[in-house]
Unconditional design. Structure first.
Length: 204
């Protein structure tokens, strides 16, 4: 081989040895990073834990003071807070939630236990839902209210529905607003319950 050809071939071989390993490494690493990013973006967080403020308005049945026989009030407001756990059964379509609100005023303390089956509708950062609600409750009366009602505790059961929506700040955090209604068919002072809750939710 002539010296001229050697002068051309040797630099080319050296360049190939230096460039190809780095290029190959870059080509191998790039798909791996892309796959990891895609996995993080597409991963579904199926569990949610929430805590927030709650309010309920009750329409009461007609009844009389146990001591005087005078009519008692038929409207009542209670405030409080709620904690809840939610699990998506079908991602972005169907979920089940267990909620434990605590409502109170100066005369009453309510401790409901709510089971909610939700149909979900997701679009971008927004999610709406409509749900079926089953609720159990223990109402506790305090002081003069106990004497007027003629009993200390009442156990009740109700059925109803709920609607609401959520805004997702990121995949882990959202702000949820929920409005609900329940009819109480059991023997209770309450006949209709309207409720509202605003909660922060952590998804995991």
């Amino acid at each position: 081989m002539s010296r001229t050809k050697l002068r051309i071939v040797i630099p080319l071989l050296l360049a190939a040895c230096l460039i190809e390993p780095g290029t190959a490494k870059a080509e191998k690493e790039e798909p791996a990073e892309t796959a990891e990013e895609a996995e993080g973006e597409e991963r579904e967080w199926l569990n949610g834990f929430s805590f927030g403020g709650a309010y309920t308005f009750h329409i009461l049945r007609n009844r009389e003071d146990a001591e005087t026989g005078e009519p008692l009030k038929t409207r009542e407001h209670l405030g409080g807070f709620v904690i809840a756990y939610e699990r998506e059964l079908i991602p972005q379509h169907l979920a089940i939630a267990i909620a434990k609100p605590f409502y109170f005023n100066k005369e009453r303390f309510d401790t409901p236990f709510d089971l909610i089956l939700k149909g979900l509708f997701r679009k971008g950062s927004w999610e709406g839902f409509i749900g079926l609600v089953l609720t159990w409750n223990i109402r506790v009366f305090e002081g003069e209210r106990e004497a007027k009602e003629g009993e200390k505790n009442i156990l009740s059961f109700g059925v109803g529905g709920a609607i609401g929506g959520a805004y997702f700040f990121n995949p882990h955090w959202s702000l949820d607003l929920e409005l609900g209604y329940a009819y109480v068919p059991t023997e209770d002072i309450v006949e209709h319950e309207l409720s509202a809750a605003l909660s922060g939710v952590y998804h995991f």
